[in-house]
Design a protein around this ligand. Structure first.
Ligand SMILES: Nc1ncnc2c1ncn2[C@@H]1O[C@H](COP(=O)(O)OP(=O)(O)OP(=O)(O)O)[C@@H](O)[C@H]1O
Ligand SMILES: [Mg+2]
Length: 273
């Protein structure tokens, strides 16, 4: 049994993607009668309570590889800044060898917290730090240090977004956090001016509280094991409406997603534009 989360991810993805993805696999098969919304409409829902109550927001994105989670979160992060919901963005972007969150320029990329301490942001830089580790040197940045910094900043009064691209990197084993801080951001963050955003390809690897405490979840195309798991977690197997939701999730193309909130699915498919 794989307990190392990265190994577990590889195992899961081998299963999910056996045979590989052809370009055609990303094409939408959403029926024409399904109502559509734009990405901006989706952001309005994601930020709704934060904008109304002047608190943080909690958003997550699930989906199979390459269906658009990171693309979506780049939008969430930059809009959170533009709309004044967050004054500071702390982005954990350690998934690939290259930096994915390039939206804010490469001047704001740091290896880890120690690197940020020795090389603080320049006054002319946007209030964003992209933590990328130093993959070529084998140096990692822990999710814990970024989340802990987010809590400190929030408690000091700076509205801070802690964004973790691939939340399994914050686990030490399946469904077990490597440190306490990201869970604390989820539990208490919004009242302490900390917003959270995360992605995962493998929802079954996360502690259940990650899904339970997240206000809005963008569900991109899911397959097989992850779909079965999400169906249970999001309580989509109770009735006909749930069955319809699952059918749509399996038909989503690249860049398309639905939003699950406390009220369930609103019947709209968002994206790709
Ligand atoms: N709405 C969209 N419009 C145009 N291009 C998109 C859209 N969504 C995603 N893409 C493109 O599709 C590719 C895969 O997207 P992305 O990297 O966001 O996927 P992902 O779900 O984060 O994948 P992974 O799980 O491997 O991290 C990227 O090249 C991205 O630019
Ligand atoms: Mg991604």
């Amino acid at each position: 049994m794989a307990t190392d989360p990265e190994r577990a991810e590889v195992d899961d993805l081998d299963e999910e993607d056996s045979g590989g993805e052809s370009a055609g696999a990303f094409v939408s098969r959403v029926p024409a009668d399904v109502k559509r919304g734009t990405r901006t409409n989706a952001l309005d829902i994601i930020f709704e309570t934060a904008e109304r109550d002047h608190e943080g927001f909690r958003h997550g994105a699930l989906g199979a590889p390459r269906y658009g989670k990171t693309y979506h979160l780049i939008d969430v992060a930059s809009q959170a800044l533009d709309r004044g919901i967050a004054d500071l963005l702390l982005l954990h972007d350690c998934k690939r060898l290259d930096v994915q969150y390039t939206e804010f320029g490469l001047e704001v990329v740091r290896v880890d917290r120690a690197d940020l301490q020795s090389r603080p942001l320049n006054p002319e830089d946007p209030p964003v730090v992209v933590f990328h580790g130093a993959p070529a040197e084998g140096r990692k940045c822990q999710v814990e240090e970024v989340a802990a910094l987010g809590l400190e900043q929030g408690r000091a009064g700076t509205g801070t977004l802690v964004l973790i691209d691939e939340l399994y990197r914050g686990m030490k084993a399946r469904q077990t956090w490597a440190g306490p801080s990201f869970a604390e951001c989820l539990r208490e963050g919004s009242s302490q001016r900390v917003s959270t955003a995360w992605t995962t390809q493998i929802p079954q690897s996360l502690p259940t509280e990650a899904m339970d405490l997240t206000e809005t979840i963008a569900v991109f195309r899911l397959k097989r094991r992850s779909l079965r798991y999400a169906r249970r977690m999001l309580e989509l197997d109770a009735d006909e409406e749930g069955a319809r939701t699952v059918e749509i999730i399996s038909a989503l193309g690249r860049g398309e997603f639905i939003l699950i909130t406390d009220d369930g699915w609103n019947g709209l498919v968002y994206g790709p534009k």
